[in-house]
Design a protein. Sequence first.
Length: 157
Amino acid sequence: MTLDKDRIGSLIVFIFCAVAWTFLDDMPAEAAFFPRLIVGFAMALSVIWGFSTLWAHTPEQKGDADAVDGSASAGTFMENPRNFAVFSACLVAYIILIDTIGYFTSSALFVIGASLLLGYRRPLVVVSTAAAFVLFIYVVFVVIFERPLPLEFFQPQ
């Protein structure tokens, strides 16, 4: 049963990434480079995830004697479907908000919102992580690579 959930989960992630890829067609090539890199990486990982279920086994299937204590020798990728659904919803909101309020603002909101909704409760760490992520993206893509990213809501068009 768990492997079936993993197969379905990998398929959902792959389809979601394929749809997200098509949304990036409307963005300038320079601005779409990093999101396409992330979406492509997620697609590749979803394929690996799906194929890994073909060779994985659970203690119930193979009679694994080492798993008598209840621990599975082959773990699953999706232990908590609720967290998967919450993260997927946050990702959809993130993609929509990028064009609406800007890349950096939506990225900070995504990191903070997803962390809190998934149960992480240390506000200082959550906000620090979001700030560090946004600063890292700014330095790498705006300063070093000089790539334009979607404008913020407060910037003139």
